[in-house]
Design a protein around this ligand. Structure first.
Ligand SMILES: Cc1cc2nc3c(=O)[nH]c(=O)nc-3n(C[C@H](O)[C@H](O)[C@H](O)COP(=O)(O)O)c2cc1C
Length: 155
């Protein structure tokens, strides 16, 4: 009875955002995506982390196989981004992200993490490594949780 858990997978993709570059409009558009995605992901028991760097979107989506498939169909069909490419799709032993949908954009404050990951040049070449994406997402999540004072729950 121990292995009753259904199979968990994660899917990592990257794409090019087609949303505005004007800061206020962009923030509103990201807010709209966030609200829609949060609601859907909570319902589908999906956890995810979205990184935004310039006009690149990079997302890790975790959950039960069928839910991840259905979620990705919706994501891929969204006209707010284009050139959606899967980087990795595989079974995982456990989830690594705690919320249904979190998004972090590159800012002056988190810039060192982005720079260290080396992700942007890989995205520009069109060949981002899943390990670089995964590592940056985990680091950004840890930092965001530390700021909220809840990091002790996840040691
Ligand atoms: C960068 C990006 C990330 C997204 N992430 C998710 C997601 O994690 N879950 C999800 O259901 N939809 C996600 N979406 C898709 C949209 O929010 C979509 O509008 C929403 O799923 C509603 O779909 P529907 O109008 O077909 O019902 C994402 C879209 C973009 C552009």
């Amino acid at each position: 009875m121990k292995n009753k858990r259904t199979s968990l997978v994660h899917l990592i993709y990257f794409s090019r955002l087609t949303i505005s570059n004007e800061p206020a409009l962009r923030a509103k558009q990201i807010g709209d995506i966030t609200r829609q995605a949060q609601k859907k992901n909570e319902f589908a028991v999906i956890t995810s982390f979205l990184i935004i760097d310039q006009n690149f979107a990079i997302q890790v989506v975790e959950g039960e196989r069928q839910s991840v498939n259905e979620t990705f169909q919706r994501i891929a069909a969204d006209s707010r981004h284009r050139d959606v490419q899967i980087v990795e799709w595989r079974e995982i032993a456990k989830r690594e992200f705690v919320s249904s949908f979190t998004t972090v954009s590159r800012t002056a404050a988190n810039e060192p993490h982005f720079a260290k990951s080396g992700l942007l040049p890989m995205l520009q070449r069109g060949t981002p490594k899943s390990s670089a994406i995964h590592g940056l997402a985990v680091t950004l999540q840890a930092e965001s949780m530390a700021k909220q004072g809840i990091d002790h729950l996840f040691v």
